[in-house]
Design a protein around this ligand. Structure first.
Ligand code: PEP
Length: 249
């Protein structure tokens, strides 16, 4: 019903030369994947990644997008610029952006709407910190982040949106949420979307990934859970053999 989607998040890694090597190695390794395959790269690698993946089953995503069409926003990149490059997906609201660059639920929502308006598919990241989990605030945080991210987004757009549940304490730490915890938490997000829109759309259309130290060793167990529709992969997306093992789980 919901096609699995495995996306790599390269973060601030890989020069153009490294991109050429990694993508060239990856293409044959993932060509028979049942999951949709996406690599999200730094802006400077996008053109190279798009060119190399033409005619393959790999789609390319960016790691952020600005909400304005154009103007005085030094250092930012617009949706039009990404579309012109042939980019398909864009990560929005990654916890590193929320933590280090002042991203808020409101700016996430503005970016989501700007991306959708130009035909880009957002991968919206939500997730609680360790403090919030230990303080019993997981549901509160996820309902808020999800509700704000989807504000003024039409139900018809939900087929173009992927949500990534990424517990902040599991990103780049080697600590993975257990499959049960990831599944139960994703259910909270899906129920929130059902309340905002409809149960049918939430259950049939919206894909929700797990992200946080997903790797070749734990991917099978996580992907076996009914609520988990894919993964957003950081560290393990930087080596073609590792990423292909995750993709071909
Ligand atoms: C991420 O950055 O989205 C992520 C999940 O990273 P890692 O897989 O390295 O934890």
């Amino acid at each position: 019903m919901r096609t699995p989607i495995i996306a790599g998040n390269w973060k601030m890694n890989n020069t153009i030369a490294a991109t050429k090597a990694l993508v060239t190695e990856l293409i044959p390794l993932v060509k028979d994947a049942k999951a949709e395959v996406v690599i999200c790269t730094p802006y400077t690698d996008l053109a190279t990644a798009v060119e190399l993946t033409k005619g393959t089953n790999i789609k390319v995503g960016a790691e952020n997008v600005h909400w304005a069409e154009k103007g005085a926003f030094t250092g930012e990149i617009s949706a039009d610029m990404l579309v012109e490059l042939g980019v398909t997906y864009v990560i929005i609201g990654h916890s590193e952006r929320r933590q280090y660059f002042g991203e808020t639920d409101q700016t996430v929502n503005a970016r989501v709407k700007a991306a959708l308006a130009k035909g880009l598919k957002p991968i919206i990241c939500v997730g609680e910190t360790l403090e919030e989990r230990e303080g019993g605030k997981v549901a509160e945080v996820l309902v808020r982040q999800t509700t704000e991210a989807f504000k003024d987004v039409a139900e018809a757009e939900l087929q173009n949106i992927v949500v990534a549940y990424e517990p902040v304490w599991a990103i780049g730490t080697g600590k993975t949420a257990t499959a049960e915890v990831a599944n139960d938490t994703i259910k909270i997000i899906r129920d929130t979307i059902a309340k905002l829109y409809s149960k049918k759309t939430a259950e049939e259309i919206v894909r929700i990934q797990y992200g946080g130290s997903m790797n070749p060793k734990n991917v099978k167990e996580l992907m076996a859970m009914p609520e988990i529709d894919g993964g957003l992969i950081g560290g393990a997306s930087l080596k073609a053999p590792d990423f292909s093992l995750v993709v071909n789980y």
